[in-house]
Each structure stands twice: as C-alpha cells, then as structure tokens.
Design a protein around this ligand. Structure first.
Ligand SMILES: *Cc1c(COP(=O)(O)O)cnc(C)c1O
Length: 471
C-alpha cells in the first residue's frame, strides 16, 4: 500500500495522487539525502511522510514532501547525547556528565581511539603488559601508594575492594557513614552484593574507637571508613581517628580501607577551596587502601581508583570481577593525561577545567553576567520578562563538600506577573533547552536562574542568542 493506490475509500481523493515510494526515491533532492544518510533511513522516512499525508487525506506537493522526509531523517540521525551548557550552578553535575575534560586528556583519547595501542603490551620487552601500568606510575607518585588499579567508577572500586578482601566476612563501618550517594549507590546494598556482612558500629552522630575495638574479631574481614561526602553531621559528633583505626585493623591483620569519594590529589585550599582529605594524606595516616572517583574533583574521566598496599592491590587484581570492571584504552589514556597534569601543580588551574571552574573568582562571574544580561533579555523579548544579575551560591556537586557553597553570580529570569507561576517558569526553562546548544539552568525561588560559573565560551554563548530569534 506504499504507493497509495488501490485504496477502497469512496472519494477519488488526494490519496490516489500520492506518489509511489520508488518514484520519490528517484527525485534528485531525495537522491541527495540517500547519499548522505543511506537508503534504508530515507525509505523509512518517505513511507512515514506518505503515511502521514494519507491519514489527513492531503495531496503532496513535491517540495513539502522532500522537506518532510528531510526533517524526519534528521530527527532520526541526530545524536541522542549532545553537548549542553551547564548553568545549573552545580559544577560536577552527575546528570550532565560531571567533569569537563582537560584538552590534554581529549588529545590523549583521540590519539589511541582510532587504532591499536600498547594497552597491554610492553614495548620494552615485547611481552604482554598490564593496562594499569599506564596510570600506576602517576598514581604512586601522586598518592604515595605502593600500587594502584583502576576500574570503571568508584562504586565499582568499592564493590570490587569489598568482594576481593572481605567476602563472607564482616565489614565494620560506622552508622554515621552508611551513605547513599544518589542513584543506586547505597553502602549497605553494595556491601550485600559484595558478599560481605555489614557490621554497624556506633551511632549516627558519634562513633568512637572503642566501638570498633569491641566489634573487631576473628570474623572481621575489613574495617571501612566512607567519606560522608554528600551530607555533614554537625553538632555533638565524634568519629574515630584514622591513625588509630589503621593501627587497630593492623593488629588484627585486616585491611583498613577508606572510600574517599571525590578524591582530590592536591590540597584544594591552595585554590581558595575548602580542604578535602587527599589519598596521600589518608594513606599516610594509616589507611591500607583508598578508593576515589576519576570524574569528581580530580577532573578526569569516569573511573574508580584503588590505591594503597601492593599485596592488597594484587589480591584485588586477581579477582575475576576486576576483568568485568576494567577500563578501556580511551579512559585509561584520558586518566593518564589528567594525572600527568598534576605533576605540575602550579599550572593546574590553567589545565584542569574542573579546578578552574571551582576556583573561578565571583567577580569575574559577575562581570560575565553583566555582559550577557542584555543579550539574554533581548532574546527573551524585552519588557515582559525581567532579567537581572543576582548573587547566588554554586555547588561543587557529585556529593563533594555539599556544605561549602561557592559564591557566584547568575542571571535571574522572572516571568511577568507578581508571583511567577510554575508553568511560566517551565516554559522559560524549555525555551533555553530548545536552543541549538541546550542551556540548562535551575528554578529557584520563583525564578529561572542561569549560574554563569561554568560558562567559559562567552562568544559561543552570545552567538546562540543572536542566531536564535525569539518566536
Ligand atoms: C561519589 C561517591 C561514590 C561513587 O563514585 P562513582 O565514581 O560515582 O561511582 C562512592 N563513595 C563516595 C563516598 C562517593 O562520594
């Protein structure tokens, strides 16, 4: 029925005048689309376009049909994952892909992506190599660890560590650290899936060394400390000293593991940011192993890093689950390049976008906001919608230092009317999402906010508003 002929309808209607698919395929404009997108997608688009016309009983002027076919095929071939502009104010936004990668990492990914690499091949000996070796050198240097291994993300790092070192045994952890990191990462669940028995000690706000001392025994497999990265317990609190925990675990011959979560390898206070524990500091103060993410404060690709004692890392690497969680050559190339940047701490802000965005001075953001305000206001259509520059607080995100907000500036867009309706705000948010490069902001306090901390390409942003006229 693709040609629309032989319909049993009573009217000698437009349907009978619809061209056949093969006829349409012969049109030059359609042939050009075929050479760009391939025949199957175009045939499918023609069928759909004809079917749509048949439905409404409409004739099909050739140009309208060509336009329709093109629009349909473009909708199909458009990449699903696209670049967006993150103006949410959350720098490491998990839903928006977390850390923007340094140029050096992108170059390194490209260099190995298109062909063969020495991923597991030792160029000195001509024998089989180890993919972890490419990053281990740098991880040892930056964390002081004896050895290190890398998996797909930090959730995997924790799961693999627990499963390798404490399967069928008890893992002692403070009740104040039984965290959920959003999504499906809840420490008690990971523990169960790793085949470990959770042994909770202490209370939500206070856990003492003696709580661990009383719990530890022959059935203990591991002592775990998790960095409570996405919330903070304040007030009447207590936690056991890491050095003492390391000593206690050592006396019982079990590993002491610290899940750092964000894991920065430099002291962030040098950039005016709040201090976070580092892998080097945590290992030096008695942890046998640390785990941390590659795409949080490190500012690299999604990865989970396990670093510490060589014998423990070796046990972890022997676990068949490691094979199921290993990173590919592209991730490892990016991670190696990022770690190398940390070899030159003085130029980190220049090279690592995550750190640069986090450390960006508020006054610079304010000046940017003031320069951009007229463009956005004009695009929104003047009078009715109010656009002003306001001071806001950005967040680091990804469960890092939630309590420490970074002073920043935003464009505050409020729709007409005294009290902005939710619908009006949604409509504004939708217009920004519909831009050629979608702009993602946040709704707060009856307005739509664009926090400009993460906007570095000012010219590109302006062009977006000049090209896209208001409807
Ligand atoms: C973020 C986080 C994780 C999970 O790390 P991913 O890299 O997102 O898998 C685990 N533990 C802590 C403490 C975290 O902050």
């Amino acid at each position: 029925m693709a040609d629309g002929r032989g319909m049993t309808g009573v009217h000698p209607d437009a349907r009978s005048r619809l061209p056949a698919v093969d006829t349409v395929l012969g049109w030059p404009a359609i042939a050009a689309l075929v050479s760009t997108h391939g025949r199957p997608l175009i045939v499918e688009a023609i069928r759909e376009a004809l079917a749509a016309r048949r439905l409404v009983n409409e004739p099909a002027p050739a140009q309208a049909l060509v336009d329709d076919v093109e629009a349909r095929v473009l909708a199909v071939v458009a990449p699903s994952q696209r670049k967006v502009i993150n103006l949410t104010g959350t720098v490491l936004h998990t839903n928006l892909g977390r850390a923007p990668l340094p140029m050096a990492a992108i170059d390194a990914m490209v260099a190995v992506a298109s062909g063969a690499s020495n991923l597991e091949y030792n160029l000195d000996t001509g024998k089989r190599g180890d993919r972890d070796d490419h990053v281990q050198v740098w991880l040892r240097r930056l964390t002081g660890a004896e050895a290190a291994t890398v998996v797909n993300n930090n959730a995997a790092a924790v799961l693999l560590t627990l499963n390798s070192l404490a399967r069928h045994r008890q893992v002692i952890v403070s009740r104040g650290e039984l965290i959920e990191i959003g999504g499906a990462f809840r420490l008690p669940d990971i523990m169960a899936r790793a085949g470990c028995k959770l042994y909770e000690v202490g209370t939500t706000n206070r856990t003492h060394l003696h709580d661990y001392t009383e719990a530890i025994g022959p059935r203990t497999g591991l002592v775990l400390k998790a960095h409570t990265s996405n919330y903070r317990i304040e007030g009447f609190t207590a936690h056991a000293d890491e050095r003492a925990l390391g000593k206690l675990a050592g006396e019982h011959g079990v590993p002491f593991v610290v899940d750092l979560g964000a894991g920065t390898v430099v002291d962030l206070s040098r950039f005016g940011l709040p201090r976070e524990p580092t892998p080097a500091g945590t290992l030096a103060s008695g942890a046998d192993l640390v785990t941390f993410s590659g795409d949080k404060l490190l500012g690299g690709p999604q990865a989970g890093i396990i670093a510490g004692r060589a014998d423990l890392v070796a046990r972890i690497k022997r676990n068949p689950m490691k094979r199921a969680m290993r990173c590919d050559k592209v991730t490892l190339a990016a991670l190696e390049a990022v770690l190398r940047l940390y070899g030159d701490p003085d130029r980190l802000l220049e090279h690592v976008p995550t750190l640069r965005l986090l450390a960006r001075p508020a006054l610079e953001i304010r000046a940017l906001a003031e320069r951009l305000r007229p463009f956005v206001a004009q695009w929104l259509g003047g009078e009715q919608t109010h656009v002003e520059v306001v001071s806001v607080a950005s967040q680091i995100g990804s469960g890092s230092l939630p309590v420490n907000l970074l002073p920043s500036f935003a464009l505050r867009i409020s729709p007409p009317g005294h009290v902005a309706s939710g619908r009006a705000l949604k409509r504004i948010a939708g217009r920004f999402r519909a831009l050629p490069t979608p702009v993602i902001g946040r709704v707060s306090d009856g307005a739509f906010l664009l926090d400009l901390r993460c906007l570095e390409d000012e010219a590109g942003f302006r062009a977006l508003f000049q090209r896209s006229c208001a409807p």
